[in-house]
Design a protein around this ligand. Structure first.
Ligand code: PLP
Length: 416
């Protein structure tokens, strides 16, 4: 709709769109709806008492400094702590390689601000994280999409896409949002090799890497990047910028994420971040630093993994029980999401309308593709937020909606 303001908007604001399903998803807030739509962590796991104690300590020990403006780079003890944590995964970063951001969503926006000129082409996975597409769209990005399968990005199809000269590749190697799939070790090696061969940087977005339920940890792209080593002339990282966040391991309301990059890139990002928000909340950073002390985060992440694994298992079992054989889905070994593929001829937005009548919700796949029509037969299901019994009941309802959309009888369900 045209308003007195709309003709005044800058081109980048006009490029920002809100998704067509947003209105439908507002309905998911009704209490009777079981929602697999959001990417929300399990709220009952937030360590409230630990936060209470940390807030008290920060205010008592730091006094006004905790409430004062801070450095754009972030709170130094927290940056040091992050650098030390990442060393456990083989990521050799010094404090100058770490910039604290207001969530990794801000990191994506800053990367857009840093690297994208209108019309630049970016290489993304199909599907990819919708929040990244949204952030990059604002800067006038165009896309070349490379399909994924159960082992992540199809690196066998990459070389041709790279020849079209993308500005960077945006990759989610672990328990990808939305599909839940993980990039195999062989493909990681191939990807980093091709990035190097074509001189195309990689943005590695890794909010879920710590939430692995089974199997071995796979090396980060940053680690595999052959330039990731200490140099005589000071530390430098090579072709990869790495992003992570406290949102899925501690609490998303903190709005704390971080970027690992070469110092000169961090310095440029600092200038750009100053224009956005001066710095990430001093108070949130100091509190997070207190919370994670004494090995608390490790112990807490162990609990999260266990609970989410149980929920994933409940969802997988319910899918087997209630979904028709013609529907398929991924079996993630970590993270928050799985990805369902409907048989030919079906469409996820129509299924969502039917599902909402059954009081169950999900996100249709189109929003996760640079070309939304590619997502027509897909849906993303979140398994971290709902209790196990709600998960089973929600999948049962979705099974009813599915069968209504297909021809054939609606079966009488077993106990809900
Ligand atoms: C892949 C990915 N990147 C970035 C984000 C943003 O996370 P936050 O801004 O909460 O750190 C999310 C959130 O769901 C995500 O799934």
């Amino acid at each position: 709709m045209s308003t007195p303001w709309s003709h005044r908007y800058a081109r980048r604001a006009k490029a920002a769109t809100s998704s067509a399903i947003r209105e439908l998803l507002k309905l998911t807030q009704r209490p009777e709806v079981i929602s697999f739509a959001g990417g929300l962590p399990a709220a009952e796991l937030f360590p409230i008492e630990r936060f209470q104690e940390a807030c008290r300590r920060v205010l008592a020990e730091h006094g006004p400094a905790a409430l004062q403006y801070g450095a754009t780079e972030g709170y130094t003890p927290l940056r040091e702590w992050i650098a030390a944590q990442m060393a456990r995964y083989g990521i050799v970063a010094a404090v100058d390689n770490v910039l604290i951001t207001s969530g990794s969503q801000q990191a994506l926006d800053l990367i857009g601000k840093l690297l994208i000129n209108a019309g630049d082409r970016l290489l993304v996975e199909a599907p990819s994280y919708l929040g990244a597409l949204q952030a990059f769209n604002t800067y006038g990005a165009e896309y070349v999409s490379v399909p994924t399968d159960h082992d992540g990005l199809r690196t066998d199809l990459l070389e041709e896409a790279l020849r079209s000269g993308p500005k960077f590749m945006y990759i989610l190697p672990n328990f990808q949002n939305p599909s839940g799939v993980t990039l195999s070790r062989e493909r990681r090696v191939a990807l980093v090799g091709l990035a190097d061969k074509y001189g195309i940087p990689l943005i590695e977005d890794d909010p879920y890497g710590q939430l692995r339920f089974e199997g071995e940890h796979l090396p980060s792209l940053l680690v595999l990047d052959r330039d990731n080593q200490l140099r005589d002339d000071g530390y430098r990282l090579g072709n990869v910028i790495y992003l992570s966040t406290f949102s899925k391991t501690l609490a998303p309301g903190l709005r704390l994420g971080w970027i690992v990059a070469p110092p000169e890139v961090i310095a440029k990002l600092v200038q750009l971040k100053q224009g956005s928000d001066l710095h990430t909340s001093s108070f949130a950073q100091a509190v997070a630093y207190e919370v994670v002390q004494e090995g608390f985060l490790d112990q807490h992440v162990r609990t999260i993994r266990q609970i989410y694994r149980e929920r994933r298992d409940v969802m997988l079992a319910a899918l087997e029980e209630f979904f028709p054989a013609s529907v398929s889905w991924t079996r993630p070994s970590g993270g928050l999401f799985l990805w369902v593929t409907l048989p030919a001829g079906m469409d996820a937005p129509r299924l969502l309308e039917a599902a909402l009548k059954e009081n169950v919700a999900f996100v249709p796949g189109g929003s996760f593709f640079a070309e939304p029509e590619k997502g027509l037969r897909h849906l993303r299901l979140n398994f971290s937020y709902c209790q196990p019994e709600q998960i089973r009941e929600g999948i049962r309802r979705l099974g009813v909606a599915l069968r209504r959309q297909m021809t054939g009888p609606v079966p009488v369900p077993t106990a809900a």
